[in-house]
Design a protein around this ligand. Sequence first.
Ligand SMILES: Cc1cc2nc3c(=O)[nH]c(=O)nc-3n(C[C@H](O)[C@H](O)[C@H](O)COP(=O)(O)O)c2cc1C
Length: 221
Amino acid sequence: MDHPFVDLDFHEVPVEEMLRRSQEFHDEMSRRRSVRQFAARPVPQDVVERAVMTAGTAPSGAHKQPWSFVLVGDPDVKRRIREAAEREEKESYEHRMPPAWIEDLEPLGTDWHKPYLTICPWLVVVFQQTYGVDPASGGKRKHYYVQESVGISVGFLLAALHHAGLATLTHTPSPMGFLGEVLERPENERAYMLIAVGYPEVGCRVPDLQRKPPKAILSVV
Ligand SMILES: Cc1cc2nc3c(=O)[nH]c(=O)nc-3n(C[C@H](O)[C@H](O)[C@H](O)COP(=O)(O)O)c2cc1C
């Protein structure tokens, strides 16, 4: 079978500009922080939708694009998600997490209360499609490197939202099967991550964390 190819849409930039852009992007991404105190102010739906479309440009195993994103703005649905998340998180903090995990979370100041899930204007719930479904036959289709692919797309999503001027929190209530139930997702989808999106509350504070220096994360051979 002959599969079509098209010309690559590639815009080369002079090296000077490349250096400047890489520095600017690094500076911008360095300012990204996980926010747990959100303002209730509205955020245009278009901005979040476009960030999701940016997430959808991520590479994926055999181009299966094994992801779905559900934007939740409805206060009642957010309330149901918060209630279920807090139920699971309370159980986790009080009974399921080993002491070392609780200790590792201490610098972040988190606990099972998740008020931001109802305060922030948007939740983006990310689902991984463990397999595909052929629209015509309904048959199962194999997906490859699903975790890796969805992880990359979430990275794009967080970068796009930050670039647009918004704050996010990647939240992973455990277990998070309730998200598929509340949002009535199909059989082949499993909840991957819950992302709170909005403006930070005025006076928002974040943990004073240090990022690893280049020599700790980068080797050149
Ligand atoms: C896979 C993943 C799961 C996370 N789960 C939670 C979570 O459930 N609750 C939370 O408050 N933060 C969560 N975080 C946020 C991390 O705590 C945060 O990224 C880390 O402390 C570094 O802070 P920064 O994002 O401000 O650089 C998660 C981050 C990742 C990447």
